[in-house]
Ligand binder design. Structure first.
Ligand code: DC
Length: 219
């Protein structure tokens, strides 16, 4: 079984690169951020604050969340409905960061992630894959980039999708999410001690992919 952990902050290029690597190696790509986004959407639909742990717990412990694959792409299914597009709404990002700080949410999602990784060759992108979810993963990478570069990438992505966003507020939100994700008590955004760090600020996705592939070829 091959497991590749690809961690890093928002906008570091993880998902683009993870998709490319999954295709090259013909393995599964698991976007773990989508799972936390689905938890946030579930809370929103249930009218529960993502910061209220006692209200969130019963909702998430019974969540009907499935990760499926159609034509090689991940489909996030919540309560039987494809929410893959819905969870990309900009307002869901901050809510996902908040809900992911709750231990009950993380324990549930990590259990699902470990089960998928145990049964399949896959590359997982997230914040705590190498440091917590799969500490024994064969390959661990931590990608990072300057916060302005990351905000620019997100900005382009959202504009292309037709979302009305403002660069400055997006940059602020990215900094706030970096802070939240790396300061929570349980399984924070963290570079695993044995991860290979790649600064992608001045690199294209293809270059990052090549670099990661060169390490994979080496072992
Ligand atoms: O990767 P993303 O931006 O879609 O993730 C949304 C939020 O989910 C992110 O701000 C923090 C959280 N997250 C997490 O805590 N752990 C993961 N493995 C993946 C995402």
């Amino acid at each position: 079984m091959i497991n590749i952990a690809l961690d890093g902050p928002a906008g570091s290029g993880k998902s683009t690169v993870a998709k490319m690597i999954a295709k090259k190696l013909d393995i599964l790509y698991l976007d773990t951020g989508a799972m936390y986004r689905a938890c946030a959407l579930k809370c929103l639909k249930s009218g529960v604050s993502v910061k209220d742990e006692s209200a969130v717990e019963p909702i998430i412990s019974n969540i009907d969340l499935k990760i499926e694959y159609k034509n090689g792409s991940q489909v996030t299914v919540l309560d039987g409905e494809d929410v893959s597009l819905d969870i990309r709404r900009p307002e869901i990002s901050m809510m996902a960061s908040d809900v992911s700080a709750l231990k009950c949410v993380r324990l549930k999602m990590v259990e699902m992630q470990r089960l998928i990784a145990k049964n399949m060759n896959c590359i997982l992108d997230g914040r705590d894959i190498g440091s917590f979810v799969l500490p024994d993963a064969e390959y661990k990478f931590f990608v990072t980039a300057d916060s302005k570069v990351r905000a620019e990438r997100r900005y382009k992505e959202l504009i292309e999708r037709g979302n009305a966003v403002e660069f400055e507020s997006l940059h602020k939100e990215i900094l706030q999410r970096d802070y939240n994700d790396s300061h929570r008590d349980f399984a924070p955004l963290k570079q695993a001690d044995d991860a290979i760090v790649i600064d992608t600020s001045a690199m294209t996705a293809e270059e990052v992919c090549e670099k990661i592939m060169s390490y994979i070829g080496r072992k």
